[in-house]
Design a protein around this ligand. Structure first.
Ligand code: HEM
Length: 132
């Protein structure tokens, strides 16, 4: 399996995980009722899933930089690289808020939404482009 395929699979896993993250928190906040899991456990799963997504994104980013080199052209590659890096930065901010600055917890929802969109853009400018 080549590097592109491995990164594409890992990025698809991150995207699915991000979708699950949104569903979990929507249920915690009472907007929907899909998963047969109680709120406390869903919150715990959200935190664990978020850390797994973040670690996977670090690994994918390292594989991109060390496997392909750091470049921002053509435009698609630039969008992919910037969106992926911003997604990592946003998730790191969420970790800091969750563990060290809980008075800012109200921003975690918006940051989660932003991270989800950035992950989708990274996926669209990478995986989708390779395979469609
Ligand atoms: C838009 C929907 C989302 C909402 C409402 C939301 C909300 C939250 C909240 C309230 C916390 C703090 C949990 C606690 O104090 O126990 C949190 C933590 C976190 N969330 Fe989200 N989130 C959302 C989407 C996402 C997405 C899409 C991701 C990642 C792909 C993500 C990754 C994380 C991470 C990494 C943490 C910190 C975990 C830790 O440090 O233990 N969230 N989120």
């Amino acid at each position: 399996m080549n590097l592109e395929t491995m990164k594409s699979i890992a990025t698809t896993v991150v995207l699915l995980l991000a979708l699950l993250q949104v569903l979990e928190m929507a249920q915690v906040q009472g907007s929907l009722r899909l998963l047969p899991v109680e709120k406390q456990r869903l919150r715990w799963l959200h935190r664990g899933g978020g850390i797994v997504a973040l670690l996977l994104m670090f690994l994918i980013a390292a594989a991109c930089v060390f496997g392909e080199g750091l470049r921002f052209y053509p435009l698609r590659v630039g969008i992919h690289a910037v969106a992926g890096s911003l997604a990592i930065a946003v998730l790191l901010t969420k970790v800091v808020i969750t563990r060290r600055a809980r008075h800012l917890l109200r921003f975690n929802k918006a940051l989660g939404g932003i991270a989800g969109v950035l992950i989708l853009v990274t996926f669209a400018a990478g995986v989708v482009w390779y395979y469609l």
